[in-house]
Design a protein around this ligand. Sequence first.
Ligand SMILES: *[C@@H]1O[C@H](CO)[C@@H](O)[C@H](O)[C@H]1NC(C)=O
Length: 288
Amino acid sequence: MVALVIAFRRILRELVSGIKTVLTLVLTLFLDLLFAAYNLLTPDRPAGRVVPQGHPGRCSCPALNALANHGVLPRDGKSIKFTEVTDAVCRVYNLSPTLSFLLGDFIAGSLVRNFRTDRLDLADIDVHNCIEHDASLTRVDHFHDPDQDKIAHEGIDGVLASGTGPGGNLTPPDIARLLGKRRVEAKTRNPKFSLALIHKLFGSANGTMLLTIFGGRVDDLRSFLGEERLPDGWESRIRHRMGMTAFEFNFKVFSVELSIKEEVDDSIARAGQERYLRAGEAESRKNA
Ligand SMILES: *[C@@H]1O[C@H](CO)[C@@H](O)[C@H](O)[C@H]1NC(C)=O
């Protein structure tokens, strides 16, 4: 009987929380659509007028680290309210309030915390394969170094040298090419390599942020990725009045992800096979 009551309450809870999640999502996306329409109908803000005056702009995420380095988030990166995080990314990077909320709410959900009441240490997002994942453009894989707040300068230099746009700036095809190459390389070198579809999309999402917030400009990215600081007087390259909406963002993320050729030409699938072969040969030599 007691077991039945527990089971019943459990199912009820899941139902209610499921309905809540769906309703929140529908409402947020509806608002987001309104913002997207507003952006479409209004001219962008003039350059130099994106961030409200006085708000210039350490974990695996350069964007959150930079906010802490500049004191927009608490400098020690600890015990931060999720709502502080969403306010900060909204203000400094000019993401729409809806996209900022969806990102913050997603992090809270992934960490099984309450968006409204709980708090976050930046290092919490380094739980492997929760949000932090392999094949980063800015970190070595967790297998090679679990310390995911360490900046991978070599990889970053490679990224900054790969721009084919005007002035050597990064374009969407550059990001797709870099991500594909990095996935192959990571799978070849990391025997514990993993990358679920959701993490592939996070990866493209990170890359899309570089293209939108920073406009792919390598001069700005040198300081953002290399030192996790925003250049003096920097402001977001997103100039829409309502910020970058979830619609615009997701469209760009999918465009990048779906143009990664290594995902269809089998090079990721084949990467690592050589390592298995070598391991197999060593094994049979030992047995001979
Ligand atoms: C995207 O960011 C997450 C979290 O900071 C990081 O773990 C991941 O490796 C990044 N992905 C890419 C492709 O840079």
